[in-house]
Design a protein around this ligand. Structure first.
Ligand SMILES: [Zn+2]
Ligand SMILES: [Zn+2]
Length: 404
């Protein structure tokens, strides 16, 4: 065999591992080796790529079979070549829960045997831009399972339980569901007899605290630090031992972080931010001074003596989100200016003066001597049926215009 690591070695699983074990191994490794969590080091990028490739093949039984028999070359011959460009897709697909959101939980973990280890809890935290900027310590509430203290999770007063006879202690049963004539599918569902608890308790021995369930669902508050300059939706924070309680302790909580909608700044493309500033016409022509508060909590003076062209892109350099990988650097703020119509009425009455000031020419509304052309009328979209013929009446209207 070649000295190259096998896909099984990369995921650190047995060759006989089932899909659940494969998913579990993949999940653990990508959280550990995600480049965003490892300062984008070359090593983590390489590892991440390898892990994704291994998962892509082993999570697909068809590809896995080919790989088991003929190795990587076999896959290549069948046209299954790994495209590193797909990594993002594999990642997204994997994190896509039943709700369709990347934060809906890990889909497809319900099949086959459940191990005694409780599932990790995935949760979403919406951080304000300010919290993400300063890397604040925040609190979030989760629902988690906790063992009944009275019966230590057994569900019975005496502590005696029997393996459920219906599901053979697996907590899950399989049923054949008919989809159509001659078409069946196997579906796993929670065992009715033991409610998925894997064990049953004699009727007169049921713990009256938890009614034989052994486990309670409780709200729990977790305090955690947002990584300063966290990359939204890509950098989960893992808190060990605060999740669901199982026989040997608690599972982990994985917190995904998203940016909350901000009243002033928008997310453009991490670490860039966007914002919109409204100007009076005078400000847009003559320049302005404005005090603005940025996500670092400081107030700044934004000043320009140049005319502003609405619709053009302007940036304020290095005042956007701090960069997780380089804490001394910040993204830019992209500014879009809009001009309000407050002063348009004044202009209407001063057209002559304005025109002469701006052009050094006399103001003449009728200077086109050639009358042989048909006159086009520019009208306000909101006022489409306007019958005004003097197009000058509409000059300076800020609304969208069309030519009739
Ligand atoms: Zn059962
Ligand atoms: Zn109990």
């Amino acid at each position: 065999m070649s000295k190259e690591q096998s896909y099984y070695d990369i995921l650190k699983i047995e060759k006989s591992a089932d899909q659940k074990a494969i998913k579990k191994a993949y999940r653990k490794l990508i959280i550990k080796w995600h480049p965003d969590k490892n300062n984008n080091s070359k090593e983590s990028e390489e590892k991440f790529k390898k892990i994704s490739e291994a998962y892509e093949v082993l999570s697909d039984e068809k590809k896995r079979n080919i790989y088991n028999k003929y190795g990587k070359d076999g896959l290549k011959q069948k046209g299954y070549e790994f495209d590193p460009g797909d990594i993002g897709n594999i990642f997204k697909q994997f994190f896509k829960g039943s709700g369709g959101s990347p934060f809906g939980g890990f889909g497809g973990f319900d099949e086959e045997e459940q191990s005694d280890e409780p599932e990790d809890i995935q949760t979403l935290y919406e951080a304000t831009l300010e919290e993400a900027f300063s890397g604040e310590t925040v609190k979030t509430s989760i629902k988690r399972q906790t063992k009944c203290k009275k019966c230590s999770g057994s569900g019975s007063k005496s502590g005696v339980t029997t393996k459920c006879s219906e599901c053979k202690g697996k907590g899950i049963v399989h049923r054949l569901i008919q989809l159509g004539p001659g078409m069946f599918t196997k579906q796993s569902m929670s065992c009715d007899k033991c409610n998925g608890n894997k064990f049953t308790v004699k009727a007169d021995d049921i713990c009256n605290e938890c009614k034989g369930q052994g486990i309670f669902s409780e709200s729990h508050t977790i305090e955690f630090s947002i990584p300063r300059g966290v990359v939204p939706e890509r950098q989960p924070v893992e808190i060990n031992g605060e999740g669901n309680e199982g026989p040997y302790g608690r599972s982990n909580v994985i917190i995904f972080i998203r940016y909350k909608k901000h009243p002033v700044f928008t997310e453009v493309d991490y670490p860039e931010l966007g914002t919109q500033i409204e100007l009076d016409l005078a400000e847009s022509i003559c320049g302005f001074q404005k005090i603005i508060k940025l996500i670092d909590g400081e107030k700044y003076l934004l000043e320009t003596t140049e005319p502003i062209i609405p619709g053009k892109n302007y940036i304020i350099k290095n005042k956007g989100m701090v960069m997780y990988n380089d804490q001394d650097k910040r993204g830019n703020i992209h500014v879009k200016f809009t001009v309000n119509t407050k002063s348009f009425d004044i202009i209407k009455n001063k057209r002559k003066e304005l025109w002469e000031m701006l052009t050094d020419e006399p103001f003449d509304t009728n200077k086109n001597p050639d009358k042989k052309f048909e006159k086009l009328i520019l009208s306000n979209v909101k006022n489409e049926h306007s019958t005004h013929s003097d197009h000058d009446d509409h000059s300076g209207q800020p609304q969208e215009c069309c030519i009739q």
